[in-house]
Design a protein around this ligand. Structure first.
Ligand code: TMP
Length: 225
């Protein structure tokens, strides 16, 4: 993998956890500090990956669990090579709405495909690239169900192929994010039921700490005197 100079941030979590709102706020924050930001998403981010996204989310398509896994990984391989790695090499901040953890949650826990297979495919598709900071949004099942009912009941959007999945699948995915957030290292766990302003300041603090740990330690030390 090419040496990278930029900083790679990924937001993960179940549908309607508030990730996209926070991604937008974060972009604005960086841009106000004159940083060049690449905002992207998975599946998607390149012309080919956006085409694959349409196939994956079209509720009319019947896709087996294995074909679904390969399609997500194909979209990711293209996205990583064509967009993420070059931007990091140019020294940019890359913010992605979902990345490899989503495949662990949805295809691993949701579809029950072996986690070892998924981790291996994730490694291959990304050439081993890992986020500098993974931000994981979690919420209790009750809140998750409430947000789904609100969206489907009031906004009347047509659910996509994944949103149409049964309750048991969606519950497994929601639980998966809570489990992953407890287990994995190098992540920032966010309670998705928190206030937007509090969440964004927790995210910004974690980023400052990661991007400049020495300065952060000094600041903390000074403020305690
Ligand atoms: P979203 O970008 O609007 O959240 O839609 C993407 C959907 O695809 C969402 O339901 C999560 C799902 N997904 C997977 O099942 N596996 C993956 O690897 C990724 C990136 C997303």
């Amino acid at each position: 993998m090419a040496a990278k100079k930029g900083f790679f941030i990924v937001l993960e979590g179940p549908d309607r956890s508030g990730k996209s709102t926070q991604a937008d706020l974060l972009k604005e924050w960086f841009e106000n500090r004159n940083k060049k930001v690449l905002m992207t998403r998975e599946p998607g981010g390149t012309r080919l990956s956006e085409e694959i996204r349409k196939l994956l989310l079209n509720p009319k398509n019947f896709i087996t669990a294995l074909a679904e896994l390969f399609l997500y990984e194909a979209a990711r391989a293209q996205h990583t090579a064509e967009k993420i790695l070059p931007a990091l090499k140019r020294g940019e901040i890359v913010i992605s709405d979902r990345f490899t953890m989503a495949t662990v949650a949805y295809q691993g826990y949701g579809r029950k495909i072996g986690l070892e297979i998924i981790k291996k495919l994730n490694r291959i598709a990304t050439c081993g690239l890992k986020p500098d900071l993974n931000i994981v949004f979690t919420m209790p099942d009750s809140e998750f169900d409430k947000r789904r009912r609100t969206r489907l009941g009031f906004i009347k959007e047509t659910p996509d192929r994944i949103e149409k999945e049964n309750n048991a699948f969606r519950r497994r995915v929601n639980t998966a994010y809570r489990k992953i957030a407890l287990k994995e290292k190098n992540i920032l766990k966010i309670d998705a039921t928190g206030k937007i302003g509090e969440i964004s300041s927790a995210i910004r603090n974690a980023i400052i700490k990661k991007m400049n740990p020495v300065r952060f330690r000094r600041t903390r030390w000074k403020s305690q005197i």
